[in-house]
Design a binder for this molecule. Structure first.
Ligand SMILES: Cc1ncc(COP(=O)(O)O)c(C=O)c1O
Length: 400
């Protein structure tokens, strides 16, 4: 079905909206950590979509489950029950503490929309009509719908879409004083990524999330953790917040890795908070449909059976250590297999990314001077060594 690269580019240019600044490669197949382009060339995928295919491309168990479910039942309206959705909710809830409820969406932004609407309902129910403000952090990324864009602390992404919904404000990430200063009685929730992904793989210092939790408790605000990128093993634990001591959020959002490529998002909330929604308050046609939910159930089966978070932690240590030894890498930050290699001497990460791609490795310039690495969590040691060798060669080639 796939055509030549030039034919794909032409068709795309003629028919797809020009919202994506595309890179010059078209992928047509994937298997494990490998991707294959329209010329049949293989690449090591150290990006996993963007932290999506955590079990690798075309994982056999997920592929079988999707095929079987496609032959059984793909969709029924949420006017009715389906047999898969509550099973997935139970599994997610048990991972998140066992005292919550789940709403299923189709993407990270939609999961966050649900979290924001829920926080507003909860705040207004418990604190009055003024309690509807959401605080988030500069450098954050929560999505591209208008509301999640309002929560996203990146003014350059917001500028062209004013006016955005009101009631959102950003403070510096990892700065408890800034947060405390902004927490007035109108704030219904603080929304944060445990590790900022799109903003540059920024890890807050130890004690930060614990401090945020304390502030939220003092000021009666909910803590919403956007685990769309960090969740489900990516950071070496099931959830990014589990790196902090004894912190439990009221709301957690998930997407990316949940379906290993099948579009599904989830918003989990502690049951007493979830109770702020009444039937009819929120809905989506495709949320929790059997096809995507069955894929997600299978993802959780594999993650549990193979201790995928533990494997990500070990692989992350190997990758970090190897990258730190590469000439031209100044520092490595991140957690588990969500890493950024900060390049020495202000080297141009985009240029290094391009050389890596030419040499058969997919990584991405998450800032002008840092490469993000987020391989599938089942990545092998030999694949890590191969990727690091390519980065070393690319840095040598790209020069200073
Ligand atoms: C932390 C975080 N939240 C939300 C989103 C938005 O997810 P989606 O693109 O599925 O809407 C992303 C996407 O990169 C993300 O990294």
């Amino acid at each position: 079905m796939s055509g030549s690269f030039d034919a794909i580019v032409k068709l795309d240019a003629e028919h797809v909206m020009g919202t994506y600044p595309r890179l010059p490669v078209a992928f047509v197949r994937g298997e494990g950590t490998r991707l294959y382009d329209s010329d049949g060339r293989a690449y090591l995928d150290f990006l996993s979509g963007l932290a999506v295919v955590s079990l690798g491309h075309a994982h056999p168990a997920v592929a079988d489950a999707v095929a079987d479910q496609a032959r059984t039942l793909t969709h029924v309206s949420n006017l009715y029950y389906n047999d898969i959705q509550p099973q997935l909710a139970e599994r997610l809830d048990s991972l998140l503490g066992g005292d919550g409820r789940v709403f299923f969406a189709n993407s990270g932004a939609e999961a966050n929309e649900c979290a924001i609407k829920l926080a507003r309902r909860h705040g207004q129910t418990h604190g009055g009509p003024e309690r509807h403000h959401i605080l988030s952090a500069y450098g954050s990324f929560h999505g591209r719908t208008l509301t999640t864009l309002a929560a996203t602390g990146q003014p350059q992404k917001q500028e062209r879409f004013q006016p955005l919904p009101s009631g959102f404000r950003q403070v510096s990430f990892a700065d408890l004083d800034a947060l405390a200063g902004a927490m007035d009685e109108r704030v219904c929730a603080v929304m944060l990524e445990p590790v900022q992904g799109e903003g540059g793989v920024n890890v807050p210092p130890p004690g930060y999330l614990e401090g945020v939790r304390r502030l939220c408790d003092e000021r009666e605000a909910l803590l919403i953790l956007d685990e769309v990128q960090t969740g489900l093993g990516r950071t070496g634990k099931w959830f990014g917040y589990q790196h902090a001591d004894d912190v439990r959020p009221e709301v957690v959002t998930l997407a990316k890795a949940l379906g290993n490529g099948m579009p599904i998002g989830a918003c989990w909330a502690r049951a007493d908070v979830a109770a702020a929604f009444a039937p009819g308050d929120h809905a989506t046609t495709f949320g929790g449909q059997p096809l995507a939910a069955r894929a997600a159930l299978t993802v959780l089966d594999v993650m549990e059976a193979e201790d995928v978070p533990g494997r990500a932690a070990r692989a992350g240590t190997r990758l970090t250590t190897a990258l730190e030894a590469v000439p031209g890498v100044a520092a490595v930050r991140g957690a588990g297999l969500l890493l950024a290699a900060e390049l020495a001497d202000g080297r141009d990460a985009k240029a290094v990314e391009a050389v890596c791609r030419d040499r058969g490795l997919i990584v991405n310039a998450v800032t002008p001077t840092a490469l993000r690495l987020a391989p599938p969590l089942l990545v092998g040691d030999d694949e890590i060594d191969e990727a690091v060798a390519i980065i070393a060669a690319a840095l040598a080639e790209a020069g200073g």
